[in-house]
Design a protein around this ligand. Structure first.
Ligand code: NAD
Ligand code: DAU
Length: 377
């Protein structure tokens, strides 16, 4: 039986990964550690926690006691660290929290994994470890900075982070490399492009635009909407992480990306036309609209590009990200299986069918956040 410790497992990608593991593998145990910040929601993994193979701990990855307790209780084989402050705009408002969670939290996990997995020392003084263990750091393409009109990020592209978020993720990556070099801890780092799919918190572009359309609100596009992101369906990211855990070469970094570049404006326009078509075709989706928006004529002409508002740009806004995933394809046979045209429709359908989830995760401080972030833009 393999035991996975999944930190940040109540967030967007972590929760999708927990679901993927439980579906894909039989003989496993999944221990989830999550501090349930605004971005973490137990409801997202409630049905997974009904599975006797899964267990949840609420706690902060910066806290050595909770991490040590888990390692004492369970024979952790794989530690997959998703836990992070993940939103660039929030990092611009409060950088220090990002350094605490993303850098100090990562170092705390590495240190306890190292201590718990150590079996002795080799003749050069390096620690030796229990067979089969691995620490995997879920990182981001943002550590490479911003691209111009051409080129792709490879694993050897120099690190050049530009936001407090990406600087903190880069710091985390460097401390992972330090543990690999200095203590020979078995690690991998994956650096993925923008994910989309179910359970994406509606502060990020795609779910925020869907939510605003369903509420008849304007759609805030930063700057002129020409910034490019490389979108990957979240389940494809989960598959990549699982492949790296199983067969990734120790100490290696793997880039993960969708070969699917789109400008932000293209994304927003595509969401508009898709939602409009789905509402026109399928009456049952219309209950997702805010009460009052459903006109007796059943026409949805108001769901148009006229809802788009160009607002003040993000400070230090990276222009373009694009991943070259050739290494993970060549070495591990991974490739992005979900075509964007299918993935985006699947995602929008999910949001239309799961408004209760959106209401639940935005019932707390979300209105204040929205006012603070977009009120004066
Ligand atoms: P998310 O914000 O949706 O989820 C983060 C989770 O971590 C939440 O459940 C939150 O409660 C938890 N968390 C935050 N601080 C914690 C702490 N101190 N201790 C314990 N738990 C804590 O983020 P996401 O989009 O799912 O991203 C997951 C990881 O993947 C992050 O490391 C992010 O940098 C990375 N990543 C994200 C994307 C993307 O497009 N979303 C792409 C590449 C890499
Ligand atoms: O590239 C991977 C990264 O992708 C991850 O490491 C981050 O955790 C994740 O949040 C994401 O970062 P981005 O900044 O690219 O994602 P976000 O959804 O915030 O923004 C996507 C693009 O859309 C970006 O160019 C900014 C723009 N945008 C975003 C929002 C929220 C808007 O134009 N309007 C908006 O309201």
């Amino acid at each position: 039986m393999t035991t996975y410790l999944v930190t940040g497992g109540a967030g967007f990608i972590g929760a999708n990964f927990v679901k993927y593991l439980l579906k894909k593998h039989r003989e496993i145990r999944v221990v989830i550690l999550d501090d349930l910040t605004y971005a973490g929601n137990l409801g997202t993994i409630q049905t997974d926690l009904d599975d006797p193979r899964a267990v949840f701990y609420k706690g902060n990855i910066v806290d050595p006691r909770i991490v040590a307790t888990i390692f004492e209780k369970y024979p952790v084989d794989y530690l997959v660290n998703f836990a992070a402050e993940s939103h660039v705009d929030r990092s611009i408002e409060n950088p220090q929290l990002f350094l605490q969670t993303n850098i100090l939290g990562t170092q705390n996990l590495l240190e306890i994994a190292k201590k718990s997995w150590t079996t002795g020392k080799d003749d050069k003084g390096y620690p030796t470890y229990r067979k089969g263990v691995k620490y995997l750091q879920v990182s981001t393409d943002e550590v490479y900075g911003s691209l111009g009109e051409t080129g792709f990020f490879t694993e050897t592209t120099p690190l050049d982070p530009r936001s407090p978020y990406s600087a903190s993720k880069t710091g985390a990556d460097l401390i992972v490399v330090a543990y690999s070099e200095t203590y020979k801890l078995p690690v991998n780092i994956t650096r993925c492009s923008n994910n989309y799919g179910p359970y994406h918190f509606p502060e990020k572009l795609i779910p925020l635009i869907i939510k605003n359309i369903l509420e008849g609100k304007t759609l805030p596009v930063y700057g002129d909407g020409s910034n490019v992101r490389d979108w990957l369906y979240v389940e494809d990211h989960c598959k990549a992480i699982d492949r790296v855990l199983q067969d990734g070469r120790t100490g290696e970094i793997y880039n993960v990306g969708g070969h699917n570049e789109k400008t932000n404006l293209e994304i927003v326009q595509l969401i508009l036309s898709t939602i409009r078509n789905l509402l026109e075709e399928n009456k049952s989706y219309r209950s997702a609209l805010k009460p009052g928006l459903l006109q007796s004529s059943d026409h949805f002409d108001w769901i148009s590009n006229d809802l788009i508002t160009f607002v003040k740009d993000r400070l230090g806004h990276d222009q373009r990200y694009a991943i070259d995933p050739a290494k993970i394809t060549r070495e591990l046979g991974w490739y992005p299986e979900t075509k964007f045209e299918d993935g985006i429709v699947k995602t929008i359908r999910w949001y239309l069918e799961n408004q209760h989830w959106v209401k639940e995760v935005t019932s707390g401080d979300y209105q204040n956040y929205y006012q603070q972030m977009y009120g004066n833009r």
